[in-house]
Design a protein around this ligand. Structure first.
Ligand code: IPM
Ligand code: MG
Length: 362
């Protein structure tokens, strides 16, 4: 970043979004003085929350806000499963988060999954302390079945639905370069996920990724079928470094990989767009069933703040400080309810967990 004041758009959204956002901002406030940048935060409406006040899931005002901002901090959108047909929730995700990804041309989504040695007990998996998983899912975010044409029609009496799955070589090249460059900063290993034994888009994916890999002779590439990858992520997660995925497979595999740290609530993600725009969102979703109860895990959203400092500003020391604070709260046996299967653990509320993080930061 060449400028010194950073504009951050804060979009809490729905469900647990507002509570994890306000808690994560307490952590942001506690560390921001350590940055060489100054920050201007502006809140905006998105999702069902926006629909309530202006009958749109992505109002014009929010569109303007995200376009003038350098960074977007995004909570979650979406309503309860049994209310999807209500006006407020119909098409909410497509109209808000997917539209936002398109608006900011957020083509690359990075979802890191790791676990420190001290936290190994939290994982439901039997992990080897000498070979801990440390992987990054790189998910293409603007193509695939998510953005292809959608149709509903009748063939005689039969109702039919279609979602077109589409990729072009340029989209694949772009995300492949992103993944190989990232691998160069890590263990130089890319696993490219596809379903090339069935899908034409996957065969193109495989061809293009192989071609791009020739420009990175120092990085090892393996192609892996998505079903096999799902199994191996759980049985030998330590074998993966950068996992390069088309949009839909990346969505599914990132939830599967959440088994490694033990809860989806602890994961964070960063999306990179055109003109160096970034959006940070926890992949956990809006969890309407526990919204407003002060029991949601704030770690994913706090980790988004942590990632923002390293990814956007190169301030790894601030990012590490936050990570260490979270780890040491876990280490003292304090967890939110989603991780309550831990023996000898003390279960605290969302805000109490953040109180503890703030104590460690002091
Ligand atoms: C995610 C979410 C979104 C997605 C939904 C809310 C549209 O599941 O970010 O993983 O599918 O991309
Ligand atoms: Mg998802």
């Amino acid at each position: 970043m060449s400028k010194t004041n950073i504009n951050i758009a804060v979009l809490p959204g729905d469900g647990i979004g507002p509570e994890i956002m306000s808690e994560a901002l307490r952590v942001f406030d506690a560390v921001k003085e350590k940055s060489k940048f100054t920050f201007t935060l502006e809140h905006g409406l998105i999702g069902g929350a926006a629909y309530d006040s202006c009958k749109s899931h992505f109002p014009e005002e929010t569109r303007k806000l995200v376009n003038k901002s350098d960074v977007v901090l995004f909570g979650a959108v979406g309503g309860p499963v049994d209310k999807q047909q209500d006006e407020k929730w119909k098409g909410c995700e497509v109209n808000s988060i997917l539209a936002l990804r398109k608006e900011l041309k957020l083509f690359a989504n990075i979802r890191p999954v790791s676990i420190s040695e001290k936290m190994i007990d939290i994982s439901p998996l039997k992990l080897n302390p000498n070979k801990l998983p440390d992987l990054v899912i790189v998910r293409e975010l603007l193509g695939d079945i998510y953005f292809g044409e959608k149709k509903r029609f009748f063939e005689g009496d039969l109702q039919v639905a279609e979602d077109i799955c589409r990729y072009d070589s340029e989209q694949i090249e772009k995300i492949a370069h992103f993944a190989f460059s990232l691998a160069r900063t890590r263990r130089k290993n890319v696993s490219s996920v596809d379903k090339a034994n069935v899908l034409e888009t996957s065969r193109l994916w495989r061809e293009v990724v192989s071609k791009v890999s020739l420009e990175y002779p120092d990085v090892t590439l393996q192609h892996i079928l998505v079903d096999n990858c799902a199994m191996q992520l759980i049985t030998k997660p330590e074998a993966f470094d950068v996992v390069l995925c088309p949009n839909l497979f990346g969505d599914i595999l990132s939830d599967a990989a959440a088994v490694i740290p033990g809860s989806l609530g602890v994961l964070a993600s960063a999306s990179k767009g055109a003109e160096n725009k970034y959006l940070f969102e926890p992949p956990s979703g809006s969890a309407p069933d526990i919204a407003g109860m002060n029991i949601a895990n704030p770690v994913g959203m706090i980790s988004c703040v942590s990632m923002m400092f390293s990814v956007v500003f190169g301030e790894n020391h601030i990012s590490e400080m936050i990570k260490k604070a979270i780890d040491s709260v876990f280490d003292s046996g304090i967890f939110t309810k989603d991780l309550s299967n831990m023996a000898r653990s003390k279960i605290v509320s969302t805000s109490q967990f953040v109180d503890e993080v703030l104590k460690k930061l002091k």
